[in-house]
Design a binder for this molecule. Structure first.
Ligand SMILES: Cc1ncc(COP(=O)(O)O)c(C=O)c1O
Length: 380
């Protein structure tokens, strides 16, 4: 049994205040306590405007949004779908829900995101074999965008649907364009640990009005417009509650402040820890701005004289939550038989990578303590 004390400083806790409370109670008092309503409509319109997308569809989770995105991209049984290996399992599970086969692609050391050279090689090799991929799920890891300047034309040329998993990247940009707006569809998550939370929720973003209408239809049990209950498709119960949309609207109104605070935290970590031998921060600003959802670094044990687990366990023994970088999908038991294109870079980032507490409500004093204890653990 662990003798660790309760967690005092969480990795990325919810940051809510009186505005969220006010809108939530207004929604409650309005009696729109349902998976539809004026708050849902307004949240969709405000999020679409914020990221500059034609349409946004509020859903019960980011996972639900990815499931519908893949379904609407035409992915079905027997199809092959490329997916970043260095991610949370929710990027890949919906591929399997649809009876399709995920093929995982390694990360690039230069930005920790999808290695576009490997994507290109794999698409070309598949085409030479007379095969094709139905879709690519590109994950904007920890708030940093993939290289869409290359991925968009590549997917177009090979006839592959591009789904941007921007679950972690609301508020980030790539060459001036908002995360979530690349490819055919984008997906956000409002899970409790994300930059904005609705406790649980997600959004599907698209410029195509037909795709948005179809997503809303499928997410509402595919109910046809009739006075009785009429169904021509298999649907899902995936819509967002009006109460939660009210929380989301208040959160969205403060997005810039939250991003700004997370960036300050990221900068401060870099200033304090960036010169330690063997410590390397995940690259930022490679081709845009990051929302700094989580500040992550890698610790090379050969150079640092300590390792990721020693640091993580030391922080945890003091009630500070830090987490290993995602365990890549190609190393997960559930995907043991899945195919993988490369994987060594993601495996190394998992072995050496650590995410530090980065919530927008983290205080300077808490961060000072984390930095101090980090240096103690690493033996400086
Ligand atoms: C990269 C990524 N994709 C998808 C999801 C799934 O989102 P949700 O938890 O809202 O289903 C998450 C987070 O939870 C995530 O980090």
């Amino acid at each position: 049994m662990s003798s660790d004390p309760p967690i005092r400083i969480y990795l990325s806790p919810p940051d809510v205040g009186p505005h969220e409370r006010e809108l939530l109670l207004d929604a409650f008092d309005s009696n729109w306590i349902a998976p539809l309503g004026p708050q849902v409509d307004a949240f969709e319109a405000e999020l679409a405007a914020k990221v500059g997308a034609g349409h946004a569809v509020a859903l019960s989770s980011g996972t639900a949004a990815l499931h519908l995105a893949l379904l609407l991209a035409g992915v079905g049984p027997g199809d092959r779908v490329l997916c970043s290996t260095l991610t949370f399992v929710a990027s890949a599970n919906p591929i399997v829900y649809l009876g399709a086969e995920p093929v995982f692609v390694d990360a690039a050391a230069r930005d920790w995101n999808l290695d576009v050279d490997l994507v290109e090689q794999e698409l070309a090799a598949a085409a030479a074999r007379g095969e094709r991929y139905a879709a690519l799920v590109a994950v904007d890891l920890y708030g940093r965008c993939c290289d869409y300047e290359r991925l968009e034309p590549l997917c177009r040329d090979f006839g592959v649907a591009l789904i941007e998993d921007a679950a972690e990247a609301l508020g980030s940009t790539c060459r001036g364009r908002a995360a979530g707006t690349f490819g055919d569809m984008g997906v956000f998550s409002f899970n409790g640990n994300k930059i904005l939370t609705t406790s649980g929720g997600g959004m599907l973003v698209t410029d195509d009005p037909d795709v948005a209408a179809r997503a809303r239809h499928l997410a509402s049990q595919a109910r046809e417009p009739a006075p009785h209950y009429e169904h021509a498709d298999i649907g899902f119960n995936y819509r967002m509650s009006n109460l939660l949309a009210a929380v989301g609207r208040a959160q969205l109104a403060h997005l810039e402040d939250k991003v700004e605070r997370r960036r300050q935290i990221a900068d401060r970590y870099r200033e304090r820890l960036g010169d330690l031998p063997g410590v390397r921060f995940a690259p930022v600003g490679v081709r845009g701005t990051s929302n700094s959802w989580l500040t992550c670094l890698s610790i090379d044990p050969e150079v640092a004289g300590s390792d990721r687990e020693t640091v993580r366990r030391h922080l945890r023994s003091l009630g500070i939550e830090a987490r290993p970088v995602w365990k890549p999908m190609h190393l997960q038991p559930v995907f043991a038989t899945a195919r993988s294109v490369g994987g060594a870079v993601a495996a190394r980032l998992f072995a050496q990578g650590l995410c530090l507490p980065s919530g927008s409500s983290l205080t300077d004093a808490e961060q000072d303590e984390i930095c101090h204890e980090f240096t103690v653990a690493i033996g400086v």
